[in-house]
Design a protein around this ligand. Structure first.
Ligand SMILES: Nc1ncnc2c1ncn2[C@@H]1O[C@H](COP(=O)(O)OP(=O)(O)OP(=O)(O)O)[C@@H](O)[C@H]1O
Ligand SMILES: CC(C)(CO)[C@@H](O)C(=O)[O-]
Ligand code: BAL
Length: 433
């Protein structure tokens, strides 16, 4: 695997704190030395990635995947005992992939690999697996003896008004996808390892003190990474990075991986995770994989299933807008106004074109932010220094369709408002040669 630094530059601001609080999370500030180049790696794109078919409604098992051999032995009541303290070993049927349900089960699985010096990689996910997740697992298998995929919809990172209740859960399809991928990995002699285990915990195990608070001032044991976790996504979703950093700290402590794999699609999350690893001295290498896209450029995302047939083609507008900003940069523009102006023009024109249509045909969206930020701090830039590069990112909210047509596919859960994110990294000049 080619290893380059996707995000260069020095951290300039105080960063992280763990807060074990009985009140608001405390923010202890610590100094912030520059990142070690060895702490981050980047996966080159290896293949064209195709869009996956939409996933079904929550907890509905598609007949296509039921037929593929994923048995219901993985339903939680029967398998908690299997993967837990005693009992037999639960596996994804027809594979050697262990299904681990408890912290204790992971610890037992992990212990011999510490002794035999086999490397373990972790790919954290919230399930509803798509080709973006699979590309991270492929990269992990290439360089590690064992790959653990975690599948856990973490309540702590959802705000109280967000979509925890409707988030797509497709366990059977996920098992089938992992089984297919594992067979593919077994046939490819270039891999060091395969998918060894899926960690699918219950919230009782992940949060022993009880269901985690979702309010900004909730009490509890949280990891906060500030100020980087407070801007952009953190501004729109004030408890999001607290939840992500907290669950990732738990997952890292449970699995004790040598390497962890995250996708560039969630670019601010990668910056937060790098800070977490650096500031808490975790002996872990963070590897970032490129964003997997559908043929029309839309970043694959589990939440795309909410879009439905009318909004899906329009959703590419964010990618096109960021692409226009990148073109402006490549054409020599450096100032924020010139670079981001190109993106705003695309968004404005696309919205105007939609608003000219009849309500039963049009799609409305709101721009949450379009950002040009420093690669290390995610703070807004007035101009890009080509020696450091920058991150173009954005978030848009696709509003529910107006005047649904008879029989129209509105998307998962009736097609609520969907927040989409995307980004493009403007790499430092030295990396482009
Ligand atoms: N298109 C993608 N390309 C590469 N990695 C991705 C892509 N989508 C998600 N990932 C990565 O997969 C990991 C798990 O992400 P997650 O399970 O939240 O999926 P998601 O598609 O990002 O879901 P959501 O729609 O909730 O944002 C994260 O590291 C994320 O960045
Ligand atoms: C990293 C993660 C699995 C933590 O829940 C989640 O934020 C995600 O899927 O990107
Ligand atoms: N992929 C990030 C998870 C989230 O948006 O909740």
């Amino acid at each position: 695997m080619q290893r380059t630094l996707p995000l260069l530059g020095r951290a300039t601001r105080p960063a992280a704190a763990v807060s074990l609080t009985l009140g608001r999370p405390r923010r202890a500030l610590s100094s912030c030395p520059s990142l070690s180049p060895r702490s981050v790696a980047h996966i080159p794109t290896r293949q064209a990635l195709r869009c996956q078919p939409p996933f079904p409604r929550r907890n509905v098992i598609p007949s296509r995947t039921m037929a593929s051999g994923c048995s219901s032995s993985s339903s939680s009541s029967s398998s908690r005992s299997n993967g837990g303290a005693g009992g037999g070993l639960e596996r994804i049927p027809s594979t050697s992939i262990r299904v681990l349900r408890t912290v204790e089960a992971v610890r037992r699985w992990r212990r011999p690999h510490l002794l035999d010096q086999r490397t373990v990689a972790l790919v954290p996910t919230m399930g509803a697996l798509h080709e973006g997740h699979l590309s991270l697992i492929r990269a992990a298998a290439r360089d590690n003896h064992h790959v653990v995929v975690s599948v856990y919809v973490n309540p702590a990172q959802f705000g109280v008004r967000e979509d925890l209740a409707s988030y797509p859960v497709t366990w059977e399809a996920d098992c089938a996808a992992l089984a297919r991928l594992d067979a593919e990995l077994a046939d490819d002699g270039r891999n060091l390892g395969r998918v060894s285990a899926v960690f699918a915990p219950a919230t009782d195990d992940m949060y022993p003190a009880g269901f985690p608070g979702q309010e900004v001032d909730s009490k509890g044991s949280f990891v906060t990474i500030t100020p980087v976790g407070e801007v952009l996504e953190g501004r729109s979703r004030p408890t999001f990075f607290r939840g992500v950093a907290t669950v990732c700290m738990k997952l890292f402590n449970i699995v004790q991986p040598e390497r962890v794999y995250f996708g560039q699609k969630d670019v601010q999350q990668t910056v937060v995770i790098r800070r977490l690893v650096r500031d808490f001295m975790l002996p872990i290498e963070v590897v970032i994989g490129p964003t997997a896209r559908a043929d029309d450029g839309l970043a694959l995302s589990s939440r795309n299933v909410y879009l439905g047939e009318r909004r899906r083609p329009v959703a590419t507008v964010l990618r096109r807008a960021l692409g226009a900003a990148e073109e402006a940069y490549k054409a020599g523009k450096r100032d924020r106004r010139d670079v981001l102006g190109a993106a705003h023009r695309v968004l404005d024109e696309a919205l105007a074109a939609q608003m000219a249509l009849a309500p039963e045909r049009r799609v409305r969206f709101e721009v949450d932010y379009i950002s040009l930020a420093d690669p290390d701090t995610m703070e807004e830039l007035e101009a890009v220094d080509p020696a450091r590069g920058g991150i173009l990112s954005g978030a848009i909210k696709m509003l529910p369709v107006e005047a649904p047509r008879e029989g129209e596919d509105l998307g998962h859960s009736g097609g609520p408002a969907v927040r989409l994110i995307d980004n493009i990294i403007l790499r430092p000049e030295e990396e482009q040669t």
